[in-house]
Write a protein that binds this ligand. Structure first.
Ligand SMILES: [Zn+2]
Length: 387
């Protein structure tokens, strides 16, 4: 069953609504107290080991659309005097954590008989949806702004997806995708609107607890644009608390770029809704979302956790990127905001060195060579040396 996050109206999943008649996002409703078995040995080494808590994966006739996503390494490395648990989610099949959501979303859609989807994304989500559509044998059209870098377009179209370039802003691209999805026979599989996507993402938090031998981190630090990682962590920790698997809720710290921070502004102002902001260009393009469609839920989740939304400045992002690389962790600038955030949170005392802190690294640096080179050229300290 699907339920509206604002007015509470309920919908049958088979009717395939992508949002409520009132205009708000829909949530997939999980059964009360559902939990995964204590012993997961013999389960696949992918997020599908947690099938009991996923919208698709039980004995309901559907098999998962999987490329082995999830079960990413958790690596301990020192940072400003603390030992941080770095979750290497950039090691998913298409190079970002979005594969978690795409696997679960595509599995559910295939089970519901969807054969043709439309998505709009200028980056990692588009690549993930294209890859999992290929795996599922589903026709996929990805709408991107016409300024999207060639590298991303090549990855998306290599998977066999049809690329539709839209002139104008990112918001114009979304509007074009929504219009096209009104055609009979296709489904608007927007990862931001999807009631299933964040339930794929939540498996990251299930993994953290499993990898820590049943212990919970004191806090989890994630980049936040639309906020699907915040929602995923919130789903997982809420479910694990309700089912008695864990005894306390970790604090969630959501990191935005100061140049595009509608969630930070709202959090600071005590507002329930994302703030209206003027967006400036940021190197952290993956979290450059001026209009987070589930912003209300993201803000509530952060507050419920006792964490916070914080921002990092453009000149903090490059040092974070190269410091992570010096630890062997080559991630895109969007991911490296968590490095700067860990430093800030340690400095202010929001997190302590003796606490268990997990930080999620979301996207590989291999997809952002041009951006990282640009950062290196601007930053003497980070300039790569050759020979
Ligand atoms: Zn509604």
């Amino acid at each position: 069953m699907l339920r509206c996050s604002v007015c509470g109206s309920t919908y049958d999943e088979a009717a395939l609504p992508w949002r409520c008649a009132c205009g708000a996002p829909l949530d997939w409703v999980i059964g009360a107290g559902v939990r995964t078995p204590d012993d997961l040995s013999g389960r696949p080494a992918s997020l599908w080991r947690y099938r009991e808590v996923l919208p698709c994966g039980n004995d309901d006739g559907c098999g998962p659309v999987s490329l082995g996503e999830g079960m990413t390494p958790l690596v301990r490395a020192a940072w400003d005097g603390a030992e941080i648990l770095w979750k290497l989610d950039f090691l998913c099949p298409t190079g970002s954590y979005k594969d978690r959501g795409a696997s679960v979303l595509m599995s559910r859609l295939r089970d519901l008989g969807v054969r043709d989807i439309i998505e709009d994304s200028s980056g990692n989500a588009g690549a993930a949806m294209a890859a999992y559509s290929a795996r599922a044998g589903v026709r996929c059209r990805i709408f991107v702004p016409d300024y999207t870098s060639e590298g991303k377009c090549v990855q998306i179209s290599s998977y066999g997806a049809e690329l539709v370039r839209v002139a104008g802003s990112r918001e114009d691209t979304t509007a074009a995708a929504e219009r096209a999805a009104q055609t009979e026979g296709t489904y608007y599989a927007s990862h931001n609107w999807s009631p299933y996507f964040a339930h794929g993402v939540k498996t990251l938090a299930y993994e953290l607890v499993e990898e820590l031998g049943g212990a919970v981190p004191d806090s989890v630090i994630v980049p936040a644009g639309q906020g699907s990682l915040v929602l995923g962590c919130d789903h997982a920790f809420s479910e694990m608390l309700a089912s008695g698997r864990i005894a306390k809720r970790p604090r969630i710290y959501a990191v935005q770029a100061a140049h595009c921070a509608p969630l930070y502004r709202a959090f600071s102002d005590g507002s329930q809704e994302p703030a209206t902001i003027e967006k400036h260009e940021t190197i952290a393009e993956g979290i450059s979302s001026a209009l987070p469609v589930r912003g209300r839920q993201v803000l509530a989740a952060v507050r419920r956790s006792g964490g916070a939304v914080l921002t990092v400045d453009e000149d903090e992002i490059a040092p974070g990127c190269f410091r992570l690389a010096r630890l062997g962790l080559y991630v895109e600038p969007t991911s490296s905001v968590v490095g700067a955030a860990v430093s800030r949170l340690l400095k202010t005392g929001a997190i302590r060195p003796d606490e268990r802190t997990a930080a999620v690294l979301t996207g590989t640096g291999l997809k952002a060579t041009d951006k990282i080179l640009h950062l290196a050229e601007r930053n003497e300290g980070g300039r790569p040396t050759h020979g």
